[in-house]
Every structure is written in structure tokens, then in C-alpha cells.
Design a protein around this ligand. Sequence first.
Ligand code: SF4
Length: 354
Amino acid sequence: MHARDDGRPVGQPLIIPIFIPHLGCPHQCIFCNQRAITGKSAQTPSADQIQQEVNRFLNYGKERPSTTQISFFGGSFLGLEKETIRSLLETVMPFVRAKDVDSIRFSTRPDTISQESLSLLDGFPVSTVELGVQSMNDRVLDAAGRGHRALDTVVAADLLKKRGYELGLQMMVGLPADDDDGAMQTARRIAKLAPDFVRIYPTLVLEGSMLARRFKDCRYHPMALAACVTLVKRLFLYFNTYHIPVVRMGLQASDGLTRAGGLIAGPYHPAFGHLVHGEIVLDAISSALDRMEKQPDPLTISVHPRMVSRVQGLHKQNICRLKTAFDLKKIVLHQDGRLAKGHLVVAGAHITLP
Ligand code: SF4
């Protein structure tokens, strides 16, 4: 598989993101800086702006993707005024009718899902709905000021699945009143809802949020990056056992929460997912070495060329850690294009990564 001009592998769906700030949101989630943004620069994009943005994406790259979706993200789509919802959907319909776009997706709060709100989507090719679950513990939801219950997520997920939507669930780690056990419990309850995919976001302290005030008063301590990576790795592996794809770990620099609001503190890293996968590889190699009676030195690891950076870890941290932990003088990375991407050969032992 080769890459297009935009870096997306050929054959992967093209998702065109349209940022919709949740103007007039009646809630005040503790981690959110939408109120700080609202009234300054954020407003629902005009039809012209949306059409220009979609055209910009469609004209980027030379090869036609297998599937193209328009994604309304950043706010709570079904929490918008009915007229705004319909007008946003109508705005992108010409692209669907021209067959440049196959379907529409959006993210929304669990408590905006009802038979009535979903009926607004009738006649529009919405295929995927993502719910901002954040936690399945009511105490954590209360502490985060979410204003909905875990039961809202259960009911919403059920309604969406019965109507045949592809379902994505987003959870957060590091919220006030939550801990590692709480995050695992949320993952267990999310897995029971059988989503088609999940996203995992670390809690960040953003300028203008209530969490920022608490952080400055030393009443909130964000997770350290290393601890957060390890927790998200556990969650990833848990979802993996249920064959639930984790499509994102960590925020992108372009994601809504970091827009127009400075990041003050928290476990942010632009390659967060890469850190998680690097730790999974480190664990796998370490267990293989633990099982060997004698550690080979030099140690040879064969890997697909596209997996080299994961094996090395960020700034070659994995190599340093392996050398220290197993008292190795030299590690030789052998690139082997015949190996499948999720496979390694460590000193002759074949390993399949989760
Ligand atoms: S996270 Fe969403 S629901 Fe919560 S305050 Fe921000 S915009 Fe409103």
C-alpha cells in the first residue's frame, strides 16, 4: 500500500472534517474551553465556507479514495438548533448528489440522542455517529460537569444500533474523580455496548476552562504523560481482546479542543498513539527476552520497514530501555519487507503483536 500526496494510504476512506463549535451549549464541562472560544472567533461556518473546505479536500491528491465522508465534529451536532442541523446537512448534500461524497458522520452528546432528534436525519445519508461518552461512572460525569448519566449512553447506543448507524464511542482518561481502575471499568461498560470503534482522549488543561482554574489553584493534577500512555495502552489492549478498533489515542493538534485555546498542562503529545504502540512493542520484546534462558548479545530483531520506528520508540527510547533492562551491548534491527506489519522476529522467536 502506498501513500497519496496527503499522506493517507490509497484505499483508506477520506474524512473531510468540518469544525462545528457548540454555540450556546447549556453545559459547562470542566475540561471544555468552548465558552472561552465562543464570542471571540467561533461560529457555525457558513454554507460558502463549508463548500470551500469540502472542495479543498476533494481537490487535494490525485487518486479517488474508496470512500469519502464529511464529518461534523467539535461540538454536539444534535444539540444544535433543529434549523441549524438541517441547514448543515442540506449544505453538504450537493456533494453527495454529485457522488463526490458517500456519507456524513458527526459527534454528539449521548443525551442529544432520541427518536425525535434522530428523525431529523431522515433522508440524509448519515452513516456514522460518535458519542462523547467520556466516562461510564456517574460520579466522574458529575465531577466533570457533563450533565448526563452513564445510562444516557446506554440508551443512546442502543437506539443508534437499532437504527443501523455505525457507532463510535469516545472516552477520556484523567478526569477529576477518576483513576486507572475507573477507566478500565468505563472500558468494560463501553465494550458491552459493542461499538464499531472507540477513541481515547487524555484530559488536558486548556486555557479558559474550569479545569484551568483548578489546576492553577493546585486542586487538579493532570496525569503525567508516561502514566497516561501506560493506561491508554491497557485500554487499547482491552478493546483489542473484544476486536473493537481504537481509531485514535490522544488529540490531534487540529482537534477542536485545542483550537483557539492554549494548552496549559496535561499529557499531550503530538504522537501520542505512536507512544502507546511503542510501549506495546517494548512489552512484547521484553516478554520474549524474559522467556529465553540466555539473552543473545547482540540481539537481532527483524521487523517490517514500516514498523522500525515503533520498535525503536520515540527518540530510540525502546532500544535504550532494552539495553539497560537486559544488559545488552548491541541491538541490530533487521528490516524485512516479507514480514507482516504486526509481526517481529526477536532472536529467532516469532512474535505477533496485539
Ligand atoms: S464539551 Fe461539549 S457539551 Fe461540554 S461544555 Fe464543551 S461543548 Fe458543551
